[in-house]
Design a protein around this ligand. Sequence first.
Ligand code: TYD
Ligand code: MG
Length: 529
Amino acid sequence: MAKTRTKYVCSECGAESAQFFGKCPACKSWGTLIEELVAPAATDGTRMVATAARRKGAQPQPQSALTLAQITDTHLQRFSSGYAELDRVLGSGIVPGSLVLVGGDPGIGKSTLLLQMMNNLAQRYRVLYVCAEESGHQVKLRAQRLSVASGASMNGTSIKGTSMKGTSMKGTSINDASGNDASRESEASPKPSPRSSQLDAGIEKADLYLLPETDLDLIVQELDTLQPQVAVIDSIQAIYLPTLTSAPGSVAQVRECTAALMRMAKRDHITLFIVGHVTKEGAIAGPKVLEHLVDTVLYFEGDRFASHRLLRSVKNRFGATHEVGVFEMSDRGLEEVLNPSALFLGDREDAAPGTATIVACEGTRPIVVELQALASPTSYASPRRSTTGVEYNRFLQILAVLEKRLGIPLSKLDAYVSSTGGLNVGEPAADLGVAIAVAASFRDRQVDPFTVIIGEVGLGGQVRSVSQLELRLKEAAKLGFKRAIIPKGQVLPDLGLELIPVGRVADAIVAALPTHSRTAEPESPHKAP
Ligand code: TYD
Ligand code: MG
């Protein structure tokens, strides 16, 4: 019987079809179908995703249904990654047996983050780091540099400590990366004690096991032997299933590998972190094609020129999404930023004219951010507008409101706005801060550095209410701000801040730039300074 030898996979959505189409039948994108070879079916008719269990001849056991009460909760206790910021994004800790995808641009710090996390975890659990992109020596070098840095949480025990049991296994402990090749030939040592008892015991001085391997069958075999509580696969684009003929990193490989790892994670209760590079669309498949497969999707993002990194949760079966964790990349690895507002707050004392402070919300987390605006006479026929961290079209809209409702002649001025550190403050609650920063720059006046400004600006020049106002105000109060300009009509408890409710942008400007009282009335054009 002639079997289909090739199939076509959409690089956008991963849909498969037996014949070629110019337009993907599933997601309607053009020119995205890529030919891939289909692996021949196994002789026994099963799918050729080999697991170690199957190779050993063990038949998969049928599961019988259980009631909720029958399911014991020994495996349900979350445990800490050693980083409060990472725990927050995961939904207060790591869920045992979950599969977490960590996506991000190449070079953003995914490997660094996970290596640091594994180094923390290695002090309590048996953990395996599959470094498909680097050799064991390179990872050790990296880990040593990181371990010097972070003091208590990253003390060197797992690197300099005594050699652990299990160095004869294929997964080499970090103390013994050089023994890898020799050990590959040797017999695997007996299975270590069951993980559950270690979980209960809490502390087991273990070491970080490294496995420089790209063949998924061998990785699965090693997971099976070592039975770690936590494993990292760095990265999914570098590993491959030999039974599939397409190249590592192709949609088919990335999906099949993830699915095989998912089965492994659920069956053996191993927590897996999978690294996926965000890539340009094309032959190489990025984390997007995996999002539906995994439990949790985290994206690690940041500006190439800024040191801060945001870890964002975009899917989480075990917690809230849109949480962020903030890290800072130093020359000794990633450090968590427990008080991100301090990072995005400029120098309070010598704030230049055109500076306004807002409280942005990342998920449920308020972050105080400084905005700077500059309005200066243009030398072009049409004035320039540019934004960093603020949405461009919203900025244009706010400029139009300032011009039309407050008579600020901005059509003859170039206007720029940026947030400190380039933090993305795309939300409407930043509008009023942007408006006041522009007005302050135009009038060359300083906003009181201890005032925060929160509100959405409507096209009619009104100030609209915002979500999570109380949370934002609490954060400002905590950081020592004295006053807050807020939308009118929201009932709030006493937060230790002087509240200035405003109904219109014009009132907000009067309140923020008090020495300039009367000229800020609506429809009363004033002179440039
Ligand atoms: P890496 O974790 O390798 O990125 P990814 O795995 O996401 O591709 O991080 C590499 C970048 O991080 C590299 O460009 C340099 C920077 N970096 C530091 O600034 N300090 C450090 O201590 C480390 C380890 C990396
Ligand atoms: Mg990496």
